[in-house]
Design a protein around this ligand. Structure first.
Ligand SMILES: Cc1cc2nc3c(=O)[nH]c(=O)nc-3n(C[C@H](O)[C@H](O)[C@H](O)COP(=O)(O)OP(=O)(O)OC[C@H]3O[C@@H](n4cnc5c(N)ncnc54)[C@H](O)[C@@H]3O)c2cc1C
Length: 376
């Protein structure tokens, strides 16, 4: 049955859902974004593993300009002094056109917005009030416009405002006591790394990830540093703690630095309204240590689209069961990685490195630790 759908938030999750509805169904939909435009200047890189690429290829991501993306073949693990520990072959997860991919977030947003057109996007929209009317949901926006819809999809990120209108139980995101700092490196890094791979350097209370984001040899650099408080005016000092562990990293962090505090969602909670669904970070916000935030946003949008298409009863239940199963799996691994990447004690680092060298070549372990996440 044809439905009217309001998607709140035009990030990766909301735009992915909009693409599937637009291309593969005749449901009516509108994307409501609080900002006045799409944030195309956020230049940070993202990694997309094969689970999300396989889904994106169904909306012709495989036709994207090849120069704008990269397919790293491995993750190289180093200690913070740039001494190699081991490497993980990423090509083992690739299948046909579904290849592990790195790119700029803005490249993905550009691609996703192309098919949606302005006729399905409304900017400067924030919900003011919601109510039920004739079995539908009436949304009133703060600019005094409204929409009467069959389904509301909260895709408004980890601090989802949509949740506060529909859910009594609060699930406030928690600060992980860690800060992410990122920059783009346009020239060679001077580190002894293969710049065509993903390099992950693990130090005391921090780790640095460097990877190519296109064929122009531009590198995304992101550093996660454990820190009890987030102070945006203190970022140089914070990065200083990383550079103190390897002075060669000074050049890497010389450019424009952007920072943000790391938050995660403490609980995975279902929607209490049958007409309301949450996707992407609004469903659950992950730590970035498994690089699955965007991937899970894409997966959740795709799962919800298929359920709406099938028009099954119990959609809410089926969606929550499957989504929470996936989210728990990713959450567990992201937490383990966060813990293991930041050991401060030398003994723990030595033990970790020993086990990593051993495990990374164990097919059974890799297939249960990563294969289950990347499979889809
Ligand atoms: C350091 C770091 C590195 C990362 N690296 C990776 C990676 O390598 N791979 C990966 O897969 N993921 C990564 N992620 C995570 C990933 O970026 C996010 O999980 C993903 O972007 C979430 O998408 P989303 O659409 O759910 O939310 P968002 O991208 O937050 O989009 C939400 C949208 O909703 C809008 N909005 C907000 N409030 C309202 C409102 N009240 N009304 C209307 N609109 C609203 C916002 O303006 C925004 O456009 C990383 C995250 C961090 C912090």
């Amino acid at each position: 049955m044809k439905k009217k759908i309001a998607i709140i938030g035009a990030g990766i999750a909301g735009l992915t859902l909009a693409n599937f509805i637009k291309r593969n169904s005749d449901h009516e939909f509108m994307l409501y974004e609080k900002n006045e435009s799409l944030s195309l200047d956020e230049g940070y890189g993202i990694q997309l593993s094969t689970n999300s690429i396989k889904i994106l290829n169904q909306i012709e991501f495989n036709k994207i300009n090849d120069k704008k993306i990269f397919h790293p073949k491995a993750v190289d693990f180093y200690n913070i002094q740039n001494k190699k520990i081991c490497d993980l072959d990423l090509t083992q997860f690739n299948k046909g056109q579904s290849k592990y991919t790195t790119l700029q977030r803005s490249t993905l947003i550009e691609f996703l917005k192309d098919e949606v057109y302005t006729q399905h996007l409304r900017f400067g929209k924030k919900i003011k009030e919601v109510s039920e009317l004739k079995g539908k949901v009436l949304i009133k926006f703060d600019d005094n416009t409204n929409d009467l819809v069959d389904i509301v999809v909260g895709a408004d990120g980890i601090f989802s405002n949509t949740r506060s209108f529909f859910e009594k139980k609060k699930n406030e995101p928690k600060f992980k006591k860690a800060v992410a700092v990122r920059t783009i490196l346009k020239s060679k890094s001077d580190l002894t790394i293969d710049e065509e791979n993903i390099s992950l350097m693990m130090g005391k209370n921090c780790h640095v990830v460097i990877y190519p984001i296109n064929k122009n040899k531009e590198l995304n650099v992101v550093c996660i540093i454990r820190e009890k408080k987030y102070d945006p005016d203190n970022i140089k000092l914070l990065v200083g703690k990383v550079i103190a562990q390897n002075s060669d990293l000074e050049k890497v962090f010389k450019g424009d630095l952007k920072s943000w505090p790391l938050y995660f969602t403490p609980q995975i909670l279902p929607s209490t309204n049958n007409k309301v669904f949450y996707i992407g970070d609004a469903f659950n916000g992950f730590l970035p240590t498994l690089a699955q935030g965007a991937g899970q946003s894409i997966e959740s949008a795709y799962e919800l689209f298929n359920l709406i298409q099938d028009d099954k009863a119990e959609i809410q239940n089926i969606y929550f069961q499957e989504r929470s199963r996936r989210a728990k799996l990713v959450k567990r691994r992201s937490n383990i990685n966060f813990f293991a990447f930041h050991f401060s004690s030398l003994i723990m680092q030595t033990l970790r490195n020993f086990f990593m060298k051993f495990l990374v070549k164990r097919k059974k372990f890799i297939s249960s630790y990563l294969g289950t996440v990347y499979k889809n």
